[in-house]
Design a protein around this ligand. Structure first.
Ligand SMILES: Cc1cc2nc3c(=O)[nH]c(=O)nc-3n(C[C@H](O)[C@H](O)[C@H](O)COP(=O)(O)OP(=O)(O)OC[C@H]3O[C@@H](n4cnc5c(N)ncnc54)[C@H](O)[C@@H]3O)c2cc1C
Length: 384
């Protein structure tokens, strides 16, 4: 049975949980907020399917076509609402038009990030936009298999390790499956995310959130939080404490520092990312609202791409040049601050911990607002 001795040897993909014929595996949250499989010995029949399905214990070699394009959606509204160039929506719409099903990551009502599926074009808006948190796969692998076995087309999108887990769980090629993974920096802890929205909202309930509002452009994104009482907080990408902690790798999953899936030879059909540095390759490109890098790994993906209704700008590029400014495609991030961060977090607020570990002190907007409110209150109190 699966027994995780070193945390970095589990990416939380849920393949073992999904394959267990006796439902003997629960995904339990550790004290850093990440899911790990826990076997119920009273239900386990030692079939070992959980070990055999693990994409980390059982590595598979694949060869990619290694083709890449710079592209963006010509529908400006969708492009602006997407994190990069809005290409995910074009691919997903194509599957839906063919009576297919699309799986992706969305916020649930409490702003946890979870995998789900949709069967209509409007539903795709839930998946649009990156959520920089590890998403909970739940029963999505099992649901996807049911659709596939029933002959429906399925597009499954997720991080590279989630796609690795899905392919391993399915254990055979399906003509009706299209997989889309991301260039992935690494996934932050869901617990840290929940603490952050709690601290920043000072306990108020979120009603909407976007990690990359592009009103000021693709390069200068803003994190937008709207609360049920109608108030809003906007954080500049570079000033957000959450983003600082994310980019400086303070609270990523242990497996992200030693990722098995960062390669150009991927098991997915497509890989999507931001085309950072596109101006060096196509100087005249319109990059204001975002440009996607799309990698094509399989013939199935190339055929789908060739047949797309071309509501997009696209131009082929050299795949090796495409990742010069995006080494996350092929290299794991460095683990320099994680241990220290989780030690400091035991005795400090999240904001204080990130400030201590991830750089110069930045005034946390909510504290700044609280400070202003307190000052106004004191002025009013002593006015008379
Ligand atoms: C945790 C994370 C780290 C990333 N790191 C990088 C990076 O270092 N470099 C880079 O170039 N790009 C990175 N990306 C990818 C990038 O942000 C865009 O998601 C991607 O380019 C697709 O953009 P789009 O405009 O085509 O579509 P969008 O509509 O913006 O993309 C939505 C797609 O992302 C999926 N998605 C959103 N959040 C999650 C999540 N938490 N887990 C799994 N899938 C999710 C949705 O299911 C959907 O398929 C990252 C994305 C995530 C979620």
């Amino acid at each position: 049975m699966i027994d995780i001795k070193e945390k970095y040897m589990c990416d939380g993909c849920h393949a073992c949980y999904s394959v267990c014929p006796k439902d003997a595996i629960n995904m339990e949250i550790d004290d850093e907020g990440f899911w790990y499989p826990k076997v119920d010995n009273t239900k386990c029949v030692d079939c070992n399917k959980c070990e055999k399905v693990c994409p980390i214990l059982n590595k598979t070699e694949v060869k990619s076509l290694k083709k890449a394009y710079a592209c963006y959606n010509l529908d400006e509204d969708i492009r602006v609402k997407s994190s990069s160039g809005g290409i995910f929506t074009i691919l997903a719409s194509e599957i839906i038009k063919d009576d297919g099903v699309v799986f992706g990551a969305k916020f649930d009502k409490d702003f946890n990030v979870v995998h789900d599926y949709v069967e209509d074009i409007d539903g795709l808006s839930k998946f649009r936009g990156s959520k920089y948190v590890q998403s909970n796969i739940g029963d999505s692998f099992r649901q996807a298999k049911k659709f596939l076995d029933g002959g429906r087309k399925v597009l499954f999108s997720g991080t590279p390790c989630q796609i690795g887990g899905l392919k391993s769980y399915l254990n055979k090629d399906y003509d009706n499956l299209v997989t889309v993974d991301l260039i992935c920096h690494g996934v932050p802890s869901p617990m840290i995310w929940k603490r952050y929205i709690n601290e920043i909202g000072d306990g108020k309930k979120l009603s909407a959130m976007t990690f990359r509002d592009k009103s000021k452009g693709w390069n200068s994104g803003v994190l937008k939080y709207r609360f049920e009482d109608g108030s809003e907080i906007n954080e500049e990408y570079g000033e957000s404490l959450y983003i600082k902690g994310f980019i400086k790798n303070c609270f990523l999953r242990s497996s992200c520092y030693n990722c098995n899936f960062k390669t150009l030879d991927r098991g997915s059909d497509f890989t999507l990312g931001d085309f950072w540095g596109i101006e060096e390759i196509i100087p005249e490109i319109d990059k204001k609202s975002g440009v996607s890098l799309i990698m094509i790994h399989t013939k199935k993906a190339q055929d789908l791409f060739n047949g797309l209704n071309k509501n997009m700008y696209y131009e082929e590029v050299d795949i090796n040049k495409s990742i010069v400014f995006n080494t996350c495609a092929i290299e794991s991030v460095k683990n320099e601050k994680r241990e220290e961060f989780f030690i400091i977090l035991k005795d400090n607020t999240l904001g204080e911990s990130i400030n201590k570990i991830a750089g110069r002190k930045v005034v946390h907007r909510v504290n700044f607002m609280r400070h202003i409110k307190r000052t106004i209150k004191s002025i009013l109190k002593y006015k008379d």
